[in-house]
Each structure stands twice: as C-alpha cells, then as structure tokens.
Design a protein around this ligand. Structure first.
Ligand code: ADP
Ligand code: MG
Length: 321
C-alpha cells in the first residue's frame, strides 16, 4: 500500500511554472508581479451533493478545477496557482490516476500550477483554492452595472441542467444526450473571455446556480433592475438536444452548473463585444438590459407581455436535500 507521500508524489506533483516552490514543503512560495492584485476563490465538490459517487474520475478532476477557474474568469483574472484538498474514502490508484489526469488536463489548458494541498481519508470530496492575477483596479466585480447597460451571456446556459435531468432519469429516453452530458461533466471555464472583457464589461459573474438567480445577484450588487428579452435567450442548443420550449426555459433560467459568464456592458461596446465573440469563438447573446432602479427581474415576451421572474437559484441551505 503506497504511503500518503507516495500518492502525493505520484499523482499531484508536477513542475510549477509560476512558483518558486510547489508541492513538497510546508507551504508554496510564489511572487505576485508588481502592479497586480491577487484574486482568490474556493469551491468544494462533495460526492452525493455535487456529483454522483460513481462519476468518471477524469471528468471530476477536470470539473474540480474548472469550476474555480470560472470564478477567476468572472473577475477578469488570469489563473496562476491552485491548491487541492482531497478527502478519499480509500486509496484506489486507478481512480486517482484518472482524477489527476483530468485535473492536470484542465491545469495545462489554462496555465495554472497546482502548488499544494492536503490529502486525507474521509467521505469523497474535493476543495480547490485558485489564485489569479489581475492588474490592480481592473477586476470586474458584480457591482458596477448601470441602468441602460446591455446584458450578455456566453455559451449555452441550461445545457448542464438538461444533462442532469437526463442523468437522474427525470427526462427519459433522450434522443440526443451528448452535448447536455458533456456540458455537465466537462464545463468550459471562460477564462480568455473573462480576461478580454476587462475594460469592456462593467459588472460580471459566472452563472453557476441558474441565470435568474445569478442575474439577481448582479442586480442586487449593482443596485439595479433587469429586463430579459425572451426572444433573445440562447435556447438553440437546448432545442437541438430535444428540449421543448418549457423545459428549455426552465433549464436556462433556473438550472445550474453552467459556468458561463453573465455581464453588463454599455451599448457603445456592442461592436467590440461581437468582435470578441468571433475572435474567441465563444457565442455571446445580448439578452436584455439593466434598469437604473432596483426592481424585480422582468421577462419580456416577443408579443410585449412581461412577467416577473423569481430568482430561484440553488441554495444548499434552503432545500431539504
Ligand atoms: P503538512 O503536514 O506540512 O501540511 P502534508 O503532508 O499535508 O504537509 O503535504 C505535503 C506536501 O504535499 C505539501 O506541500 C502539500 O501542499 C502537498 N499536498 C498534499 N496533498 C496534496 C494534494 N492533494 N494535491 C497537491 N498537493 C498536495
Ligand atoms: Mg497538510
């Protein structure tokens, strides 16, 4: 049976490009470049809460890091360093090797170093802390949106929620499950987009708990209201995957696990943002606008009817599960 230190050496030790000292000492050492601020974020994935205990370890490794990179992206920060605290019920080296492969695949893709962590025995759970750099004063918070700003969303929010519905059997006999399941298992953090939006977006967050709920957070932090245009919502991929209109809307507005970027930007930035979408090959949909005064979020139908939408995002402590 390999020791804890053998396992760390074997599966979690790789050269760190941006650190003076990585895994293997009491703490990691790295330098923050002059004029930069550190952005720091932590996310935990717990078996049975965030993923099924039998989930593919390679996908889990990817997702554990990706969900944290999404938070850095949402600040406009460049990913640099990460730590991983992992709790394992037992040592399964095949599982660990696949998990590490997925994690380092994501780390390599986005240029982040794993510089430390902790490994313990316990219920299966992973916590990553990710650190990124952003030029001082340029981070994009949730708070800067102004009345009249356009609201934009990247990619295909809702697809992961559809994937979850398929997995749990809530939606049976699905004809086209590849893209929903991929969205659920392999979320793409919008790192390049987040960085490119510095100077263009006035407020931003990543959508992890449903568009309605997360837009509610942006509105609250910015002290604004919002109007969404139903006809502009990016529902195409959900329809292509076989969802009817009601299910597509429900997945988009109150699904979770999307890790797309939602941001507010002035109308004068429209051309630049459209150019960015082409350049980065990331779909960006302009889905509505902010209004100056705080107010409930309104959904405006093509025929002009409006309804209030309640920001019912996922809340761990508000449910019985
Ligand atoms: P300590 O007892 O001093 O906290 P540990 O035995 O927990 O040290 O860890 C030894 C080294 O391995 C440290 O550098 C720690 O950051 C690193 N480490 C432990 N677990 C992990 C992990 N899962 N991923 C990456 N690095 C890890
Ligand atoms: Mg330790």
């Amino acid at each position: 049976m390999p020791s804890e230190f053998d396992l760390i050496r074997r599966y979690f030790t790789r050269p760190a490009a941006h650190a003076d000292l990585g895994v293997g000492d009491d703490a990691a050492l790295f330098r923050v470049a002059a004029g930069m601020q550190l952005a720091v974020t932590t996310d935990t994935l717990v078996a049975g809460v965030h993923f099924f205990p039998d989930a593919a370890p390679r996908d889990l490794g990817w997702k554990t890091l990706a969900v944290n990179l999404s938070d850095l992206a949402a600040m406009g920060a460049t990913p640099r360093w990460a730590t991983l605290a992992i709790s394992l019920p037992s040592v399964d080296e095949d599982w660990l090797a696949a998990f590490a492969d997925g994690l380092f695949e994501c780390a390599t893709r986005y240029g982040i170093d794993l510089v430390g962590g902790d490994s313990t025995r316990g219920p299966l759970a992973m916590t990553v802390t990710a650190l990124g750099e952003v030029p001082a004063g340029t981070a994009i918070t949730r708070a800067g949106g102004l009345g009249g700003d356009d609201l934009w969303i990247s990619g295909q929010p809702g697809l992961a929620a559809l994937g979850l519905a398929i997995l749990t059997g809530a939606e049976k006999q699905w004809p086209n499950d590849h893209s929903p399941l991929r969205a659920l298992h392999r979320p793409v953090p919008r790192v390049e987009l987040g960085v490119a939006l510095r100077g263009a977006a006035r407020a931003m967050l990543d959508v992890s708990d449903g568009l309605a709920g997360d837009l509610g957070h942006l509105c609250e932090c910015s002290g604004r209201g919002a109007v969404l245009e139903a006809a502009a919502l990016p529902l195409v991929a959900l329809r292509e995957a076989g969802a009817d209109e009601a299910l597509a809307r429900r997945c988009l507005l109150s699904g979770g696990d999307d890790y797309e970027l939602l941001f507010a930007a002035p109308p004068a930035a429209r051309d630049d943002i459209a150019a960015l979408a082409r350049q980065l090959d990331v779909p960006l949909a302009r889905i509505g606008h902010l209004v100056a005064e705080p107010a409930p979020i309104l959904l405006c139908e093509a025929d002009g009817r409006t309804t209030e939408i309640t920001p019912a995002g996922f809340d761990h402590f508000a449910t019985n599960g």
